[in-house]
Design a protein around this ligand. Structure first.
Ligand SMILES: Nc1ncnc2c1ncn2[C@@H]1O[C@H](COP(=O)(O)OP(=O)(O)OP(=O)(O)O)[C@@H](O)[C@H]1O
Length: 262
């Protein structure tokens, strides 16, 4: 079996709380407090929990956007803190993140093609012509017409904007994408279109996802494995069927009760 793309071991991210005139550190917010999980190639791990439970902070730490207080993050079995700057750069290409709000993720003055090609330009990949071709491939991949290339973000709906953001995230051919509430800002019918797109991309490209959501109903059809977080800790983690059919933790049961019955 292939090794995990990402292994998180006893991850802690604590933020200092400062108070008084001198701004002394009087306490810490234990945003993430001992989280462990593995992300296998081509699989989806969902992280669920209510607002403030530490889901995004976990995702940022995996991306290298947030320094851990303690614990280990292994990318393909290698500890990020032991990597050279070049290796860290390569890791950045292999992991991408898609945020909740596609409107703020896109520069309003850049066309869809410019936004999608931006990572290729930053990493100096291909000629201008290669990049144009790659943009067209990526538009096909996310189900947008080639005519979208020259349009500005304001000319697209929310769902179409999120497709552009996904195309940009795929430009560098990542192995894993962190979806941080990636469908939460969309209408329910558009949410399911984007979830289907993510599933389709997973089966075509072998992508792995860390899918962060406050909503268990959203992760049901996409996740292989679910971590339930509360106040920085994982209260339960298991295969998706087990979480839905035989939840062990009281908090997981409460979250399940909030899921609309179909
Ligand atoms: N940079 C920071 N400095 C101080 N506290 C922070 C910082 N980032 C997050 N926190 C705190 O850490 C806790 C976890 O936040 P986090 O955003 O990871 O939760 P979440 O589960 O993703 O919630 P949401 O869905 O609302 O973003 C919260 O109490 C938050 O206020």
């Amino acid at each position: 079996m292939s090794p995990p793309i990402v292994s998180v071991r006893d991850l802690k991210v604590h933020f200092p709380i400062r108070s008084g005139l001198l701004g002394r550190v009087t306490d810490h917010v234990r945003a993430v407090d001992g989280v462990s999980f593995d992300l296998m190639p081509g699989k989806t791990v969902a992280i669920v929990g209510e607002s403030g439970s530490g889901k995004s902070t976990t995702g940022y730490a995996v991306m290298g956007m947030q320094e851990p207080t303690a614990g280990q993050i292994l990318i393909d079995g290698r500890d990020r803190t032991q990597m050279s700057p070049t290796e860290r750069m390569a890791t950045m290409r292999r992991l991408q993140i898609v945020f909740q709000d596609p409107a703020s993720a896109l520069n309003p003055r850049m066309s869809a093609a410019e936004s999608i090609a931006e990572p290729l330009q930053i990493h100096r990949i291909g000629t201008a012509r290669d990049r144009r071709e790659r943009v067209m491939e990526l538009l096909d991949l996310v189900g947008l017409p080639h005519s979208a290339a020259g349009k500005l973000p304001r000319e697209f709906s929310g769902g179409q904007k999120q497709r552009i953001v996904i195309a940009r995230a795929l430009a560098l051919e990542p192995q894993a994408v962190i979806c941080d509430e990636a469908v939460s800002a969309l209408d329910v019918s558009i949410q399911s279109q984007i979830l289907n797109l993510l599933l389709d991309l997973q089966s075509r490209l072998g992508l792995a996802y860390i899918f962060i959501s406050h909503d268990l109903s959203v992760v049901r059809h996409i996740a292989d494995h679910i971590l339930v977080m509360q106040a920085g800790k994982v209260v339960e983690q298991a295969a998706t069927d087990e979480i839905f059919n035989a939840p062990k933790d009281t908090y997981t049961r409460q979250l399940l009760e909030a899921v609309p019955k179909l």
